[in-house]
Design a protein around this ligand. Structure first.
Ligand code: ATP
Ligand code: MG
Length: 59
């Protein structure tokens, strides 16, 4: 069993009339002792994902 397990995680934000969905059906497994880097261009949802994983925000 993974230390961290995400299945079908989504997160959207409303910006005026526009809806931004940085996380769209994300699956992720991180095993105990595994070293993982989260990489991607600015604004693609890295901090959003970490905020969900840490419980700061909700999916
Ligand atoms: N609280 C919020 N309200 C509205 N939109 C948000 C909010 N947090 C993030 N966003 C939007 O969600 C998208 C992803 O943002 P996020 O901060 O997760 O990107 P990031 O990959 O961490 O970027 P960076 O590399 O610049 O740190 C962006 O379009 C951002 O504007
Ligand atoms: Mg960030």
């Amino acid at each position: 069993m993974a230390l961290l397990e995400l299945r079908g995680v989504c997160k959207s934000f409303r910006k005026g009339d526009e809806t931004i969905t940085p996380l769209d059906n994300i699956d992720l497994d991180i095993q105990s002792g595994e070293f993982v880097s989260l990489m991607g261009p600015s604004g693609t949802g890295k901090s959003t994902l970490l905020n969900l994983v840490s419980g700061i925000d909700s999916p």
